[in-house]
Every structure is written in C-alpha cells, then in structure tokens.
Design a protein around this ligand. Structure first.
Ligand code: NDP
Length: 296
C-alpha cells in the first residue's frame, strides 16, 4: 500500500469511525467528516485530517467512502451542489446500508454527474473492521472494484464482488439481515417467554446456542430444496412444524406475551397446508411467499 494513498470517510458513526481507524492503521492519509462535529476526536489524535465541510473532505481524496445511517442521509450529504461538484471524476464507495433500489438510484445519479460509483454492504459489527472476521460485499463495475481493492483490503476480512448489478450487494444485505433480525426478534421473544416461566436469560443461553448450531447446515440443505423445488418433508413435514409453533403461541399468550411474530409464521405454514402441501417441508413457505402474482 503506497503511503501516499488517500481516502476520505464521510460519516463517523461507530462503523464510519472503525473504517477510518483501519485506513489510518494502514498508513493511508485519511480525511474525515461527520454532519455533527465532535465525532472525530480520537481519529484526529491518530493522525486523521478533519475536514470543515463534506465538500472539503471529498476534495481531499480520489476515493470517498460513505457510511451513514441510510441513503436518505447519504443523499443529504452527496447531493448538495458543492459536494456533487467536488465528487466529479472521483470514486464513491457507498458502504451505507439500504435497499437495492436505492443503490441503483444512487448509481444512476452518480453516472449523471461524472462520479464513479461502487456500492457495498458490511455484514459484520464495527468491532470486526480491520480483523479477519470482517465481511464486505461489493457490487458495481468490476474494473473499478479491482482498482480500489488494495485500499479496501486494509479494512480486513473478506471482500466479495457480487457482480456488475450495483444493487446486488444491497440485495444480499437485506436478505441476510432478514435472517438476522427475525432471529433476534425470536430470541427476544424466547427470553420473555422463558422469563415468564422462571428461566433466566443466562440459563437459557447455552441451550439457545445449541439451537443456533442446528441452523447453518440446514441453510445449505434447504437452499437445495428451494432452488430445485423439492421441499421434501419426509423427516419433518410442515404439519409437525405448525404444531410446534402453536405450542409457542399458546405458552406465550398464556403469560399475556405478544406472540404476533410467531402467529405470522404459523399463519404462513397453515396457508401452505391449506393449499394441499401438508406433507412438504417447511421451505414450501418460501415458494408460497414467492407467489407474487397471486398475492397481488
Ligand atoms: P448509524 O447507523 O447510527 O449512522 C450514524 C451516522 O449517520 C452518523 O455519522 C450520522 O451523523 C449519520 N447521519 C444520520 N442522518 C444523517 C443525515 N441526515 N445527514 C448526514 N449524516 C447523517 O451508525 P453506524 O456507523 O453504526 O452505521 C453506518 C452504516 O453502517 C449503517 O448503514 C449501518 O446499517 C451499517 N452497518 C453498521 C454496523 C455496526 O456494527 N455499527 C454493522 C454493519 C453495517 P450524525 O453524527 O451527525 O448524526
């Protein structure tokens, strides 16, 4: 990595600070800016250059990394005339999370203003940045990605370019966070029900980890069901799954605890059974949810 390499980071929340910290640790000249002043103290102490405005920050480097809360925020920063003008001919790597449509819209805007654009998603917590555990997904022009890969590599972990469709990283991001947040919601609900039964969160946690370890091999196995349309329920038909879900709803509501999320899941499984697929496996739900033309 040449010591003269320069990068600008716009957005100094926990993730933006971690990204800037990793660039600094690698010896890059790192210029930082945040909407609300005062978030750059530690980074300035480590040698970062603090910009007085987003336009000044952008002008300092050929590569501009954006990491703010969402694309409304990113637009609010990037689409100011002074910033857009300063970005002309430079590269934006937008590591802000949002939807595939917003990523594609931003790429269209960037192209119209002579700005090179890559979209990305970070799939691991801020604490992983600069370590082998970090996971980055990227999409957009491959030659642009290859050109900036040496700088991105200093962020640590694994970097995967998912293709030229600039919305693809965000598409993976929303799919993967769908898993994460429904699992987190399930865990929060489980802890509430367990507590109502006199079980502490710490008592349940080791067993929760056990349930968690069942999932990774299932992800792989059930992906085949969905891609091949097989949905085998020989070992665990959806009629059995729905019975288990009904127990959770009953136990939860007996304690006055909202079981809305589990009720929704149970409802989807019952629809599958109602459509005559009761001997299929649980992933028939994915096929049902995908019947967009019927739902609409
Ligand atoms: P937040 O998601 O809390 O975002 C905070 C940042 O967004 C701050 O810099 C804040 O500026 C800025 N911001 C919010 N609204 C605006 C606005 N209207 N105009 C300008 N800036 C604005 O912080 P994180 O750093 O945690 O996350 C940044 C991105 O990284 C998010 O998209 C998040 O989903 C993603 N991410 C974060 C992870 C983490 O572990 N933190 C893990 C994986 C992804 P201000 O200080 O002025 O409010």
């Amino acid at each position: 990595m040449p010591a003269s390499s320069a990068v600008t980071v716009l957005g100094l929340g926990p993730m933006g600070r971690a990204l800037a910290g990793a660039f600094l640790a690698a010896g890059l000249r790192t210029t930082v800016w945040n909407r609300t002043p005062g978030k750059d103290g530690e980074l300035l102490g480590r040698g970062a250059v603090g910009a007085r405005s987003a336009a000044e920050a952008v002008a300092a480097s050929e590569l501009v990394v954006v990491c703010v809360v969402n694309y409304d925020a990113a637009d609010a920063v990037l689409r100011q005339d002074a910033v857009t003008g300063a970005l002309k001919g430079r590269t934006v790597v937008n590591l802000t999370a949002d939807t595939p449509a917003r990523a594609r819209d931003t790429a269209t805007w960037a192209a119209a203003h002579g700005i090179r654009y890559l979209d990305g998603a970070i799939m691991t917590p801020a604490t992983t940045i600069g370590t082998p555990d970090a996971v980055f997904l990227h999409s957009g022009p491959e030659d642009l990605y290859r050109g900036h890969r040496p700088v991105l590599d200093v962020l640590g972990g694994t970097h995967t370019h998912l293709g030229e469709d600039v919305g693809r990283a965000a598409a993976y991001d929303v799919a993967l966070l769908d898993i994460f947040w429904t699992a987190m919601s399930g865990y929060a609900h489980a802890l509430a029900v367990a507590r109502a039964e006199g079980i502490t969160a710490r008592e349940l946690a080791p067993f929760a980890q056990g349930i968690g370890t069942i999932l990774p091999p299932l992800f792989e196995e059930l992906a085949g069901d969905v891609d091949d349309g097989t949905y085998s329920g020989e070992l665990n038909p959806i009629t059995s799954a729905v019975s288990s879900m009904a127990h959770i709803v009953e136990a939860s509501e007996s304690h006055g605890i909202d079981a809305g999320v589990m009720r929704a899941a149970e409802g989807q499984a019952r629809r599958v059974i109602g459509l005559g697929h009761g001997t299929d496996g649980f992933m028939r739900v994915a096929e049902l949810l995908g019947r967009r033309s019927q739902a609409g």
